[in-house]
Design a protein around this ligand. Sequence first.
Ligand code: ASP
Ligand code: MG
Length: 424
Amino acid sequence: MGIVVQKYGGSSVADATGIKRVAQRIVATRKHGHDVVVVVSAMGDTTDELRDLAEQVTPLPPPRELDMLLTAGERISMALLAMAIAQLGHQARSFTGSQAGVITDSVHGRAKIIDITPGRIEAAIADGAIAIVAGFQGVSQDTKDVTTLGRGASDTTAVALAAALGAEVCEIYSDVDGVFTADPRLVPTASKLDRVSTEEMLEMAASGSKILHLRCVEYARRYQMPIHVRSSFSTKEGTWIIPDDDAGEQPMEQAIIAGVAHDTSEAKITVVGVPDKVGEAARIFEALAAAEINIDMVVQNISAAATGRTDISFTLPRADGQTAMSALARLQHEVGYDKLLYDDQIGKVSLIGAGMRSHPGITARFFAALASAGVNIEMISTSEIRISVIVDEAQVPTAVQATHTAFDLDAHEVEAVVYGGTGR
Ligand code: ASP
Ligand code: MG
């Protein structure tokens, strides 16, 4: 039997009891005859606590040292997990990201994986041991410093490692039973999805669904690695994220809508009174690109005939709000716009489904649901398989629930159990 990579999130290993429970599961998989490689996150809210601690010491921790600090979280859980497995009479060896051969670029806090050279993991497997790898970290090819891959990136470590090892499947264990049609914390009647295509999962992750890290889905798609998202607190079958080609091979009646995602981490900036001239939008967005800011939605109005001026609104991560405002303020003279408006009380609600392509009327039904719930739409953007709207942040729960119901996604019996986690 082949290699199974299992990733356990922080809420699954939040305390000694959790670590022992996870160790039992790993050993059970081993006993089934699989070679097991485990990727583990830091215990509970450890990463946040370490961050808070750093901020008590200095408001701007040096990125290199912050990465050194944060990676300690995963070293704790990996060592404890290896001990718990040994206690059950099985061989286990823990490895840091660097030891596991996770080679990255040198951008602290959001390093990208360049290569994986899992020689030590393969050697451990060959010796009959279970390999435990610290998630969300690697080592820079150039500087040889320890790096982190971004918050929530243990998922990405797991899928990248699974691809490098040629694993059969990458199992991602969390505190819910799988991928749901909406965040169960917001919509208790959300239903569990049995299968989702990587294409739909990419849109869901990019639209704020937190169940999987976006880059892990990109990896799964690139390397055709099936992901099984499931709970470490139950033995229920979870959700299979199936690479698109395979999904095509096994024709099935596709649900029109896979789910409703929401995101309250963005802000909206409006540049008011931009002169309607060639090159102004380019100037504005070049300045934002130079500040390394990722723009999400963009809307430009038709300019008012009387003034020859227009408004440009766009959304971006809230965390980049101040940087963007300063970059744009420096352009005021050059561009000659009137003023800047900043709004971080917004939320994005997205409807996702590959079946949308062949079904007319989805947009109308979505907007009608929002209208009857009394939700005003501020911005709209679409892709082939997604419709997103920006609404007032306070109305996000109402908007998600109304949309979920309008598309008949509510489960008849409550399926969504949140087993653990503080939701931090
Ligand atoms: N411990 C890291 C975090 O909290 C990585 C992860 O959980 O995936 O972001
Ligand atoms: Mg996580």
